[in-house]
Design a protein around this ligand. Structure first.
Ligand SMILES: Cc1cc2nc3c(=O)[nH]c(=O)nc-3n(C[C@H](O)[C@H](O)[C@H](O)COP(=O)(O)OP(=O)(O)OC[C@H]3O[C@@H](n4cnc5c(N)ncnc54)[C@H](O)[C@@H]3O)c2cc1C
Length: 335
């Protein structure tokens, strides 16, 4: 029999899990507290980098391993996935930062001025030394969420908006998968918030084909190109669960760094400034926590889009295994 699963929370983690479960044959519904997709989700603020090897600079080796399957998973399910790699550069005075980055990462190659110009002509001749990560990619996270929701709808999976999943909404026999992000702190006591601030700029004066990380000892920055001449500029990482608007200082630092990467950003329109809070466990790794037929999938920190595929599949497998045991118990009781 197909298991029935109610998922609480319609951010990237909840939607990816809904799809992974439904693809295996589960009957799934998603309960989302806010009134529309992304309205109250950290996922709406993400850069959309699918960058396991770059993240290896500061993340545990597991992140690199789990993140490797992300590009294939997303590419077969949503539109707009780009497999153009990623570029890391620094101003000449900060070249030790690139050496440090290189020492902590794999699956990359050194590039000089001519190669940087070949990859990103608009950055020429500003940078003499960089790292190219050819197997990385990126997507527009908002488009990915919309595409996921449409794909789910086409498969008969309903997302019920305006429903607080803590107050019911699931059938008695449903397995429950809690993907509430930071809101699950009420039940996951070691979940914490890591504030991230970002900007979206628009300009036709510069074009980039891939995410560019601009290293700096104080304000490292990344720029992720999107359609329509838009660029996501991110992101701060502050030990705080405050979702208050971006501070003037953070906005100035991000803008200054963008301007230092390319002066054309000085004339760009500011389309959006935003702050959100990443849900994280103490080791900054995601967890699937089982409590009988209730499971929690959370703690995706900086890696919601990168690691949702691996963990959605893992959660789906765990739910099918648990439900098979329950079905077996039910059969024995009936016999
Ligand atoms: C500035 C920034 C940049 C980032 N860049 C990247 C990146 O480039 N690549 C990457 O992989 N990751 C990135 N991340 C991290 C990523 O955004 C997060 O890891 C991810 O969004 C977490 O997803 P989630 O589904 O767990 O939580 P959320 O997206 O917060 O979703 C949780 C959902 O649960 C709902 N909810 C809460 N309570 C209830 C309830 N009681 N009932 C029903 N629904 C409820 C909420 O409304 C929300 O929609 C970035 C994050 C930030 C802030």
């Amino acid at each position: 029999m197909s298991p029935r699963v109610t998922i609480v929370g319609g951010g990237v983690v909840g939607l990816a899990a809904a799809l992974a479960l439904n693809e295996r044959g589960a009957l799934v519904q998603v309960l989302e507290r806010s009134s529309r997709l992304g309205e109250d989700a950290c996922s709406w603020s993400a850069g959309g980098m699918l960058a396991p090897w770059c993240e290896g600079e500061s993340a545990e080796p597991e992140v690199v391993e789990w993140g490797r399957q992300a590009l294939d998973w997303w590419e077969t399910r949503v539109g707009g996935v780009r497999r153009n790699g990623a570029l890391v550069v620094a101003a000449p005075r900060d070249h030790p930062e690139i050496d440090r980055f290189a020492a902590r990462t794999h699956n990359r190659r050194w590039v000089g001025e001519a190669e940087i110009a070949g990859l990103e002509p608009d950055l020429s001749p500003r940078f003499r030394k960089g790292l190219h990560f050819p197997d990385e990619g990126h997507l527009d996270p908002r488009r990915a969420l919309v595409d996921l929701a449409e794909r789910l709808a086409a498969r008969g999976v309903a997302i019920h908006f305006g429903v607080d999943g803590r107050n019911g909404g699931a059938e008695k026999d449903d397995a429950l998968l809690d993907c509430r992000g930071l809101a699950a702190r009420d039940e996951l006591s070691d979940l914490r918030g890591v504030r991230g601030e970002m900007l979206i700029l628009r300009t036709k004066e510069i074009a980039l084909s891939r995410p560019v990380r601009f290293l700096h000892p104080r304000i490292p920055l990344y720029v992720v190109p999107r359609d329509g001449g838009e660029f996501m500029i991110g992101a701060t990482s502050i030990e705080s669960a405050s979702r208050a608007p971006i501070t003037a200082r953070s906005a100035m630092e991000l803008l200054n760094a963008a301007y230092a990467l390319h002066p054309a950003f000085g004339e760009a329109e500011i389309v959006e400034m935003r702050a959100d809070v990443r849900p994280a466990f103490p080791d900054n790794l995601p967890r699937l926590v089982s409590q009988g037929r209730r499971m929690y999938l959370n703690g995706f920190y900086r890696h919601g889009f990168l690691l949702a595929p691996a963990f959605a599949e893992r959660a789906a497998a765990a739910i099918f295994a648990t439900e098979a045991i329950h079905e077996d118990h039910r059969e024995r009781r009936r016999a």
